[in-house]
Design a protein around this ligand. Structure first.
Ligand SMILES: NC(=O)c1ccc[n+]([C@@H]2O[C@H](COP(=O)([O-])OP(=O)(O)OC[C@H]3O[C@@H](n4cnc5c(N)ncnc54)[C@H](O)[C@@H]3O)[C@@H](O)[C@H]2O)c1
Length: 273
């Protein structure tokens, strides 16, 4: 049976933060569906690293270093991308920054003391960076009359973090950890950016959707954090980094051609309570 519905053959897919934990998995799966993949990441990635990550598909991968919080930087990599492979068909706004339970006290203390500078940094990358990528890439997509944009949301952007999950930190370190507000507020803004652009570009052939993800397992997380998180998670475990691939391929491909302005929740049931 043909699988054309989910094909990304010859489609140019930009993935911001495409060499991070989730991003690398997404890039691999887009390549597996026939796409050409352009990684826009903070770090410069060498040819050897790309070959190591993507094997024989590496001739369909390009990687450019960019700071998505800076418009001029995005314009520069957008021009390189367009020169190499034309206006992208798909943009995945995956780059983001978050505060881990291992974060130092100055960024994980009480809300009342959360530093304004850190708030601004997180908003700059997660929200303004996504806005800028949409403006530059989405604008060109609208002119071309086609495109699919997928923003990376989070359960912490639709719901408040459950602070109890981090309560073990007080016993363990003698200091309370508060999951900061900036990540939640920045991710939350993406939901209406998505809906706004879906209606704005609805008749120009550019679809805009958001995927809501939940926590991904990492070896270096505190065991207490993992246990508390999984106890709250209906499916009983954290996500594997590859477990967003299926939903992303769906949103990127023609399989979701009548879908725009939507929130696709892939969260192990977290938001179902
Ligand atoms: N890992 C999780 O538990 C989880 C859960 C829900 C949502 N998410 C979201 O998924 C996305 C990917 O997360 P991840 O866990 O793979 O994170 P990660 O830290 O492994 O990767 C993030 C990538 O974004 C890039 N980046 C950061 N700032 C940038 C900037 N200014 N310009 C360009 N690139 C920049 C980094 O270089 C990195 O490659 C993020 O948007 C995150 O908020 C992650």
């Amino acid at each position: 049976m043909s699988d054309d519905l989910f094909s990304l053959n010859d489609k140019v897919v930009v993935v911001t933060g495409g060499f991070g934990q989730i991003g690398k998995e997404l890039c691999g799966s887009f390549l597996g569906r026939g796409a050409k993949v352009v990684i826009w990441g903070r770090r410069q990635i060498s040819d050897a690293q790309l070959a190591d990550a993507f094997g024989e598909a590496v001739d369909r991968v390009a990687a450019y270093s960019v700071d998505i919080a800076k418009k001029a930087s995005i314009v520069e990599v957008f021009e390189k991308t367009r020169e190499a492979w034309g206006v992208p068909h798909v943009l995945v706004n995956n780059a983001g920054i978050d505060t881990q339970p291992s974060a130092p006290p100055e960024v994980s203390g009480p809300f009342e003391e959360f530093p304004e500078a850190v708030w601004r940094d997180v908003i700059d990358v997660n929200l303004t960076g996504t806005f800028l990528c949409c403006q530059i890439v989405g604008g060109a997509m609208a002119q071309a009359g086609r495109g699919s944009i997928i923003n990376m949301g989070s359960i912490y952007g639709i719901l408040s973090p459950v602070q109890d999950i981090y309560a073990y930190k007080l016993k363990k370190t003698g200091r309370a950890f508060t999951k900061p507000v900036a990540y939640s507020a920045s991710k939350s803004g993406l939901y209406n950016l998505t809906r706004y652009l879906a209606t704005y570009w609805g008749r120009k052939g550019v679809r805009v959707n958001i995927l809501t993800a939940s926590g991904v397992f990492r070896e270096d997380q505190d065991k207490e954090f993992q246990e508390n998180y999984c106890a709250r998670m209906p499916i009983g475990r954290m996500a594997r980094p590859s477990e967003y691939n299926g939903a992303m391929i769906f949103l990127a491909s023609d399989a979701s051609v009548y879908m725009t302005g939507a929130n696709l929740v892939v969260d192990g049931g977290w938001s179902a309570w």
